[in-house]
Design a protein around this ligand. Structure first.
Ligand code: FAD
Length: 318
């Protein structure tokens, strides 16, 4: 079922959902199930599965030269979605990127998803390859998520890249896109970012999931800005409980966002990461309660490979 239908059918009640990462290459699907099992009692209508593009690894050879190797550390997004739908009868949402995909790759990927009975896709540009500073698209690929959304919408209308394809069966994907309450790291301003977010909606996206934030005021202000810009689709807040001291520096750097001073002070005072994990649960629970009271359609948690803290939060809310 489409995310928008799940939201409509819930009749205003906030629902629980989460995002998982495919396991590192070499690990088993059991790792995903072990992570998901404890969370299924909270009846998520959908679960997102991230997509991880290739990375370049440089190995030093005996003669001192570097050999470039292309690796994908976390393959398996589509297979995991199929396995999740099969095991739990819950909608699995694959993330799909511009990065590393030609338009032809994208079309073939979407055809596979359609055959598997996947109803939703999360359309993203993706980041630059780790060893590069700027994002570059494939020669025959998309530069922005809005262009990817447009291609998915065209396939939903039965328009394939090759206009001569016979029959032209229509897909019917519900398309989600990313939004950034504290603006995307490359955007020159939040207004500019919201302008391009609107383009993704105009091109056919029907819901937004936000980047994580730790101060709800950032989310509420972002929603107001989006509404003022004419964006009317559901804006699902993405939340992550802080879990280690190291994340105090990692999260702002990696996601270009600010942590509230109270949270920073709290983490600094913690004697170890066990205490940080507990504080993260408490902070995120408070955030969640306020967001539920404000009537958000879904709370979407970034599980980052571990589910004990998400379970602790969900237990007191759902
Ligand atoms: P876009 O919407 O294309 O925006 C990228 C930047 O370009 C923004 O600064 C925007 O303002 C600007 N822009 C957009 N259109 C134009 C235009 N026409 N002209 C000029 N500027 C423009 N990454 C992964 O690799 N895998 C995942 O599974 C994944 N899942 C994610 C899930 C969520 C909910 C979120 C919030 C992020 C996720 N990401 C993932 C990270 C994401 O790929 C990066 O944040 C990426 O840098 C931007 O992706 P986007 O889809 O927001 O890009």
């Amino acid at each position: 079922m489409k995310v928008t239908d799940h939201i409509h059918n819930a009749g205003g009640k906030t629902q629980f959902s989460f995002e998982i990462l495919p396991p590192l290459k070499g690990q088993n699907i059991k790792q995903i199930f072990d992570q998901m099992d404890p969370l299924m009692e909270f009846k998520p209508p959908f679960v997102d599965v991230t997509y991880h593009r290739e990375e370049y690894v440089y190995n030093e050879l005996a003669n001192g030269l570097l050999q470039k190797k292309v690796v994908r550390k976390r393959p398996g997004t589509v297979g995991i979605c199929a396995a999740i739908q099969n095991k739990y009868q819950v909608d699995a949402i694959p993330h799909i990127l511009c990065g590393g995909f030609t338009k032809e790759d994208t079309e073939n990927f979407l055809i596979d998803l359609g055959f598997l009975g996947i109803d939703n896709v999360m359309a993203l540009r993706g980041d630059a390859v780790k060893s590069e500073t700027y994002f570059t698209s494939e020669k025959e690929g998309h530069s922005y998520a809005s262009d990817l959304v447009e291609q998915i919408s065209e396939l939903n209308a039965g328009k394939y890249l090759d206009a001569e394809i016979l029959n032209q069966a229509k897909t019917d994907f519900c398309i989600g896109v990313a939004g950034y309450p504290e603006k995307h790291m490359e955007a020159p301003s939040l207004d500019s970012d919201v302008h391009f977010l609107k383009k993704k909606i105009n091109n056919g996206a029907t819901y937004i999931v936000t980047q994580m934030f730790f101060d709800n005021r950032k989310y509420f202000a972002f929603v107001d800005k989006c509404r003022a810009a004419g964006i009317t689709v559901p804006i699902i807040p993405g939340l992550k409980p802080i879990a280690t001291k190291k994340q105090l520096n990692l999260i702002p750097h990696r996601f270009s966002l600010e942590l509230p001073d109270d949270l920073i002070l709290g983490v600094v005072k913690c004697k170890d990461n066990k205490a940080v994990r507990q504080l993260g649960v408490e902070w995120c629970t408070q955030q969640s309660k306020e967001l539920i009271a404000a009537g958000v359609p879904v709370l979407h948690y970034y599980s980052m490979g571990k589910s004990d803290n998400i379970k602790a939060i969900a237990s007191s809310l759902f």
